[in-house]
Design a protein around this ligand. Structure first.
Ligand SMILES: [Zn+2]
Length: 455
């Protein structure tokens, strides 16, 4: 195959130009084409998962970014910092840093702004950082590039420098100049280069910023959880497209993963369908909708006031930790915010799991309700009873007969959670409750909507 498309082709008149370039580069091109076709056919036949792979296309002489790859015997490092390239000769290089090892291949790239780069593949040993306890959930956004919630309870915001937006006017001007130039003219080529230079500046500034932020995240946290964003879908929204491109989430997440791998840390991508913005990170209450313009909201379930992005980051952190501990063989738990327990208007009579209301919960948690003549709400953690609340119907009055939260689980909000479920139930049945235990009373104090007549 390789012989036919390279050696034989060189001998034909129209393909004689193939002998002008290094044969190593041609072999690499054939291999790339082979892989492209394999991916395409595997994708067609369903053997390859993920997005559909399109039919391979030809390179064009007019492509903005051009490159070729050389393996070991196609290049050599010369003393004095020069680089020998097959069929080209010695090239002066401005090294960005020392090569950390023996390179196995080199790719020569010409960017649209006319700069040439040499990119080497070098095997390097990972440099694990000392382990830390902290883990972080990251909500990626446009107003802020990242809102970070940590297990330590701290929050950190990373601004979005919006490099493209800042350079927008300049870019529009250079683009317009380009549009006025005559086709195939030298002036047009010059104008095109100016546009490319501007874009190159924006891209480099953004990449530099991403590198710094990604390294800081990976250094400070043992595990980083990010959302699986539908970037392709968002770009289809014309009003969002430019801002989404400018933020460059995809590149940022790629950098995060690479740095994590190198430093012995974990980056875990949380399911795309997590309703991270709509769910209250304190009690698990799920809002019907959460338009983008709402930056801050109050949860009707527990009255906590949430910053939209920080709340989402907390949910991503909780879901990420749950997904990972499930993958490690822990008890399976319903996903965050899926089951909301008692619905108003219905009586709980079956065991109902409840969403994990706490972002700190690594343990699997479950709430159980039994209802016959009596109602008993239980919170289970890893299959063990962590707390319960029990009331009975006594001649039309629901009497709270027993309530307890195991000391080991005190202060984790189980009390309020139990109270909420019990009171939802009471309201649904339109009956009175008596007597109230202290934590239910405290809960009602904070939530006037649950104020029921006490006899
Ligand atoms: Zn809430």
């Amino acid at each position: 195959m390789q012989r036919r498309v390279i050696t034989d082709a060189k001998r034909t008149e129209p393909r004689a130009w193939l002998s002008e370039v290094a044969s190593v580069a041609l072999v690499q091109s054939v291999q790339d084409a082979h892989r492209a076709y394999r991916n395409f056919f595997d994708s067609l036949s369903g053997k390859r998962r993920g997005r559909r792979v399109g039919r391979p296309r030809f390179k064009s002489r007019k492509d903005g970014r051009q490159s070729f790859r050389l393996t070991r015997n196609g290049f050599r490092l010369r003393p004095g910092g020069r680089l020998f390239l097959a069929k080209i000769g010695d090239v002066a290089v401005r090294w960005s840093r020392d090569l950390p090892g023996e390179p196995s291949s080199a790719t020569i790239i010409r960017e649209p702004d006319g700069r040439y780069y040499a990119s080497f593949v070098v095997e390097i040993a990972p440099t694990p950082l000392p382990p830390v306890e902290r883990e972080a959930g990251v909500d990626l956004g446009i107003t802020r590039l990242a809102t970070i919630a940590c297990t330590a309870g701290t929050r950190r915001d990373v601004v979005n420098p919006q490099y493209l937006a800042r350079a927008h006017r300049k870019l529009v001007r250079t683009r317009r100049a380009l549009a006025r130039k005559a086709r195939d003219s030298n002036n047009r080529a010059k104008a095109r280069r100016t546009v490319a230079v501007q874009h190159g500046k924006v891209a480099r500034a953004r990449r530099d910023f991403h590198h710094k932020q990604a390294l800081r995240l990976v250094r400070d946290n043992q595990a980083v959880y990010v959302e699986n964003l539908d970037i392709a879908g968002m770009v289809r929204n014309r009003r969002l497209a430019r801002a989404v491109h400018d933020a460059g989430w995809g590149g940022f997440v790629q950098l995060l993963k690479r740095k994590a791998e190198r430093h012995g840390r974990t980056v875990h991508v949380v399911s795309r369908w997590l309703p991270s913005s709509k769910t209250c990170s304190a009690c698990g209450h799920r809002m019907e909708s959460m338009p983008l313009k709402i930056r801050q909201w109050t949860c009707p379930g527990c009255l906590s006031v949430h910053d939209r992005d920080h709340n989402a980051a907390l949910n991503i952190l909780a879901a990420g930790r749950a997904e990972r501990s499930n993958a490690c063989g822990a008890q399976v738990r319903p996903p965050l915010g899926v089951a909301q327990g008692v619905e108003t208007g219905s009586t709980p009579d079956t065991a109902q799991p409840c969403g994990n209301p706490h972002p700190s919960g690594r343990r699997a948690r479950q709430m159980v309700t039994n209802n016959e003549a009596e109602s008993r709400y239980e919170v289970h953690v890893d299959g063990k009873l962590a707390g319960f609340l029990e009331y009975r119907d006594v001649a039309g009055v629901l009497a709270l007969v027993h309530t307890e939260v195991d000391e080991a689980y005190a202060g984790q909000g189980f009390g309020a959670q139990l109270a909420k479920y019990a009171l939802d139930d009471v309201l649904a049945r339109d009956v009175k409750i008596s007597p109230l235990c202290p934590f239910v009373a405290k809960y009602i104090d904070k939530h006037p909507e649950y104020r029921v007549t006490v006899r």
